[in-house]
Design a protein around this ligand. Structure first.
Ligand SMILES: [Fe+2]
Ligand SMILES: [Fe+2]
Length: 372
């Protein structure tokens, strides 16, 4: 049987990559792959990306990576800042590596299977980013947005992101790659039936209050979604390190080399996600927003900073608290033998990193700014 190939021959005009300082790109360019020789097959599924000289090559980066670099350079050259998230705000994955290893060594596999399956489901939901309704960017932003990441959100950037996360047509993406990593490391574990249900129960959120009711609903929603996803993507860095350590540990992993390598491939694909989102948010920050009725102007910096901080605080406090509670309950229920379960829970808790968000609810938080 011939090996299937996802390598699409590139037309001459897009095979050369971006020109220095190029700021305008077509959707076809932003979705174009670097050349590679061999496809990536994960769990029997043909996935995106591939291998060149044995090294993994992330998908859709031929123009996307230099494009983002050029937009960032422009922003910095014009004297504006790029927003970042200080690492002290990033909650460590729960359970941590030592706790997860303890569970696997005790034969308590379900919580780890659940955790890895949840990640794959969340990745699959990433497809929804292409459906975010965009506001009238040119009408609602006072300054020009030609040659920016903002102007390219619906010109390939959101589509590339959606495809990376959920796959595209018959080609698998991160959803399938995480499932493969889980099955490699945990030797095709039985997936608990309640995974989806548990996830839904953790998602009952009331509709958030509008922070800037003068702006169009779409504009506020776009800034919220981009901030939310940027925070998730940055928090995910810790999940990757955790998963590489755990699935790469020969004492508990069925296939340490392949399991850890699969996670590393996904990790490398995530880089453009954080970068385009922080670029677009920083471009908004450097501009002025118009109220929906056209009567007021609001500095983008005020809006982006406020919404970004709200998202960050919510995700760094509420979610880890819920996840921690849920998992501690599971551990306590893991054995029918009560004495055994209590002993495991005691050991498990003794390995807890004890991380808490560094600021009380009423304390201000700072975002980091990178300047030229
Ligand atoms: Fe992803
Ligand atoms: Fe991502």
């Amino acid at each position: 049987m011939a090996t299937p190939s996802i390598q699409t021959p590139l037309p001459d005009e897009i095979a050369s990559g971006a020109a220095p300082g190029q700021l305008e790109f077509t959707p076809q360019q932003l979705l174009a792959n670097d050349p590679h020789e061999e496809p990536l097959i994960a769990g029997g599924v043909l996935c995106h990306g591939g291998f060149l000289d044995g090294d993994y090559v992330s998908p859709r980066c031929l123009f996307r990576t230099p494009a983002i670099q050029n937009w960032q350079r422009r922003l910095l050259d014009e004297g504006h800042a790029l927003i970042s998230l200080p690492t002290r705000y990033v909650p460590p994955h729960y359970p941590n590596y030592a706790q997860a290893k303890l569970l696997l060594q005790q034969g308590v596999v379900d919580p780890i299977t659940r955790s890895l399956t949840l990640i794959s489901i969340v990745e699959g939901f990433g497809a929804r980013i292409r459906d975010v309704p965009l506001p009238d960017l040119r009408g609602e932003i006072v300054e020009n947005i030609d040659g920016t990441a903002l102007a390219h959100l619906d010109q390939g950037l959101l589509e590339a992101h959606a495809r990376d996360e959920a796959g595209h047509r018959s080609e698998g993406g991160h959803k399938q790659m995480w499932e493969a990593a889980r099955d490699l490391g945990l030797d095709k574990p039985e997936v608990p039936e309640d995974v989806l249900l548990q996830m839904m129960s953790g998602q009952r959120r009331s509709r958030p209050e509008r922070a800037f009711p003068d702006l169009s609903e779409r504009m506020e929603a776009l800034i919220s979604v981009m901030s939310n996803v940027m925070v998730i993507e940055i928090f995910a860095e810790d999940v990757f390190e955790w998963a590489k350590q755990l699935l790469g540990d020969p004492e508990v992993s069925a296939d340490p080399a392949a399991g850890a390598a699969m996670v590393a491939h996904i990790q490398s694909d995530e880089k453009p996600h954080v970068q385009y989102l922080r670029t677009a948010l920083s471009e908004l920050r450097a501009r002025t927003l118009r109220s929906e009725d056209g009567k007021r102007e609001i500095p983008g910096q005020q809006v982006v900073d406020e919404i970004f901080k709200r998202q960050l605080r919510g995700m760094a406090t509420q979610r880890p608290r819920e996840q921690r509670e849920q998992l501690r309950t599971e551990v306590r229920q893991s054995f029918e033998d009560e004495a055994r379960a209590t002993e495991l829970a005691r050991q498990f808790d003794s390995l807890d990193s004890g991380w808490v968000f560094p600021h009380r609810d009423d304390e201000p938080i700072e975002i980091l700014l990178e300047t030229a």
